[in-house]
Design a protein around this ligand. Sequence first.
Ligand SMILES: [Zn+2]
Ligand SMILES: [Zn+2]
Length: 343
Amino acid sequence: MKAARLHQYNHPLQIDEVDLPKPKGEGVLVKVSGAGVCHSDIHFMKGEWKDALPVKLPLTVGHETAGYVEEMGESVQGFSKGDAVAVFGGWGCGICQACKGGDEQLCSMPRWPGLSQNDGGYAEYIHVPSYRFLVKVDGLDPKNIAPLTDAGLTPYRAVKKVRHLLNPNTYTLLFGVGGLGCYAIQYLKLFSPTNVIAVVRSEDKANLAKKMGSDFVINSRTNNVIAEVKKITSNQGIDVAIDVVSSNETLTTGMSCLRKKGTMVIVGLMGNSFNLPIMESVLNEFRVIGSLWGNYNELTEVLSLAKMNKLQIPVNHYKLSDVGKAIENLESGKICGRAVLIP
Ligand SMILES: [Zn+2]
Ligand SMILES: [Zn+2]
């Protein structure tokens, strides 16, 4: 089968011909219909995470995958060849405290396809170590819903953490309307009456934010975000900021926009650290929380929203052989929605 593999950090992926994996036990071979291209893949390919997530190269990249069951190990139950499935990417051990609590993406010995020592979905087939990590998606087209396994799932968990704070008088500031931000806006509008202010860096993304339902949009290339937020909120400030970029700059700006008892949710992984002003944090009772991916049940909830036709899923399809182009366009901010590789 063909697979787009990383042989060396900071080098382009190579399309290699590799052996088809043979599933055993609980393992399942899934024929990939679509594989989403995520900013995390770029961080990984640049070697930025090589100390935190050491892996042996070459490795097939890709952690947003959906397709059809092709072959199963002898212990697999409840699945048949040809079933349309989404692949949950938090391949937990199943027995640590986080896994027992249902949050396998927080496993103490995490395995993530295409980011740790397991080949990912930029290939014609992906080997999934257990059928526990598959969700049936009858009635949905796997090549379109692949992004829901991360771009759709990650902001879902982040918004769930704060939705009880969002009454009609509140403002929510969202940094970034790329693959994840599109869904963050939709969940905020689905689950709450909050006023959404999206911060973008281009006219295309501004239009996309409005299409997804954002009430206000600030272009940070042409406008001062803090001044615009003051104007929009009549100096009140922001109740919740969700940062799916999380550069040092966006986090610092977001903290400056919070009102008393405001909450910052850190989702993106662009930066490395930012200064938290101690005096203001205590006097204003700020809350700062992190949010990692989503759990299996949350993925089934996201897929249910898609089945109910409640989600817009903007995708740009690329051939697997054009993976380099897809990555280049993602890095330069040219993709509206998610780039999805079609093997
Ligand atoms: Zn991702
Ligand atoms: Zn575990």
